[in-house]
Write a protein that binds this ligand. Structure first.
Ligand SMILES: [Cu+2]
Length: 481
């Protein structure tokens, strides 16, 4: 915690910043109000409205719509998700408007095995503005990514769309509508996707996945429950707790009553994670952290947010453990776990290097479709240097790939390799990340504070030679914030 006078000195710039953010958000709103009629997100420069032949792929390109799941030999798991307006009565008796998949928010937890072929039939019953499903963090073919106006058209009331992909990477994922997602995720169109591994790297007796969400900007829910969640666990049992932050803002999560390990970030296992005592874990919007701990003899472990007492999970019965020290340090993966050489290093040669300079709601000083696309070619190694210059936290999320974190604030990572689909930047932070361009398509990269995304903090990483028949804009109604 900063001394008070220090905090006081920061008040003025802070309020100024707040004003800038409010103005930027308001401008974002009006940009959205005047959204261009038709934008081709598949072109290298989509700063101007497209006048190309609608629906035809340009010469010598492959359409994203034709990039579908390869044949696979694993079992097929079929689900149906129906999006509908649902008046909810929460467990605390309060009523809330909600938009749900299958009548609840979060929607059903989909649990599959690594290698399974996942088939999900989405039906839109009555969400007027259209819906999609984006499989957050899952590496899948372009046509299955659920981005309206890029990989498909929004699914309108009475329509349906079937998603199909192979769950190749085990881990903790989630799904949400990517049509006007800042509104639709908040209204409840979210759910969990857990891909269980064929061979488990860690041993545990209990496996729980928990979604933190703020429904309708009012109700802080933990797996849909207001006022916290209770889960069973007995002394001596080992628990894997998969935390999913489906909220826009960073949550600082603490574990009271047990030492713990961070075994996975964004669904990707860490190598040789060590025991942690205290420490607040900053989980950015859209990010997932899996924790592993053994239940103490005293009976209870409490995992909870530093700032929101309703985001709290009590595991087991017995004596309530002492809280984590409010001033305890933050978890940092820079030196956590054991190094493992995978051949990807800050020193290696990259085919292309791109910069992303983040402002309050801008990338490289620009907004939305005016942000120049990062073009890549299949087979290349790409490095992105991110720098957060101004504004609140930005959890930057890349679709269709897992990237590796190379450096943080100029220093190479010294612990476990970190692979992720999002990187959380606080003001002043700099990261270098790298990915192999091995999944041709048209991929969004955006802030997962979805309010920031709606205000323009969203851009494209496009492969050369890939086009889309779909269009973003007022004409199609596809609005993929
Ligand atoms: Cu942001």
């Amino acid at each position: 915690m900063k001394p008070f006078n220090n905090r006081f000195k920061r008040m003025f710039p802070l309020s100024l910043l707040l004003l800038i953010c409010l103005l930027a958000t308001a401008c974002g709103g009006s940009i959205k109000g005047k959204i261009p009629s038709e934008i081709d997100m598949g072109s290298a420069n989509h700063s101007h409205e497209s006048h190309s032949d609608h629906g035809t792929a340009a010469a010598n390109t492959i359409s994203c719509a034709d990039m579908t799941a390869q044949p696979s030999s694993g079992p097929v798991r079929t689900f149906q998700l129906k999006a509908a307006k649902t008046p909810l009565v929460l467990n605390n008796g309060k009523k809330s408007e909600a938009w749900t998949y299958n009548g609840s928010t979060p929607g059903p937890e989909l649990r599959v095995q690594e290698g399974d072929r996942v088939v999900v039939n989405l039906i839109n019953e009555n969400i007027d503005k259209g819906v999609t499903i984006h499989w957050h963090g899952v590496v899948l073919p372009c046509s299955q990514d659920g981005v309206p106006g890029v990989t498909q058209n929004a699914v309108w009331p009475g329509e349906q769309f079937t998603y199909e992909f192979v769950a190749a990477h085990p881990g903790t994922y989630w799904y949400h509508s990517h049509q006007q997602s800042s509104q639709q995720a908040t209204m409840g169109l979210i759910g969990r996707l857990i891909v269980e591994p064929k061979k488990e790297a860690f041993r545990y007796d209990r496996d729980y996945a928990v979604t933190l969400q703020e429904l309708n900007d009012k109700h802080k829910l933990t797996n849909g429950a207001a006022g916290g969640l209770k889960l069973s666990a007995s002394p001596g049992e080992t628990v894997r707790l998969r935390l999913i932050n489906a909220n826009n803002l960073v949550q600082w999560m603490g574990v009271a009553g047990a030492d713990y390990k961070v075994i996975s970030i964004d669904g990707q296992d860490l190598n040789g994670p060590g025991l942690i005592r205290g420490e607040w874990i900053p989980i950015g919007g859209g990010q997932r952290y899996d924790l592993l701990f053994t239940m103490p003899d005293s009976g209870q472990v409490r995992v909870y947010s530093k700032t929101e007492e309703n985001w709290s999970i009590a595991l087991g019965e017995g004596k309530v453990p002492e809280n984590v020290n409010k001033d305890a340090k933050s978890f940092d993966f820079i030196a956590y776990g054991t190094p493992k050489d995978d051949g990807i290093s800050p020193q290696m040669k990259f085919d292309r290097v791109y910069d992303m300079v983040l402002g309050p709601v801008t990338i490289n000083g620009k907004s939305g479709h005016h942000i120049p696309t990062f073009m890549v070619k299949e087979g290349e190694w790409i490095k992105i240097r991110l720098k957060h210059e101004l504004g609140s936290e930005h959890p930057m999320h890349l679709h269709g790939h897992l990237f590796k974190v190379l450096t943080k604030n100029g220093e190479p990572l010294r612990g476990s390799p970190i692979y992720a689909d999002s990187i959380l930047l606080f003001k002043g932070d700099e990261y270098e990340i790298a990915f192999h361009a091995n999944n041709p398509g048209l991929w969004m990269e955006h802030c997962h504070n979805l309010g920031h995304a709606a205000a323009g903090m969203t851009m494209m990483v496009n492969y050369e030679g890939v086009s889309t028949p779909y269009r973003v804009g007022s004409k199609s109604g596809n609005i993929p914030d």
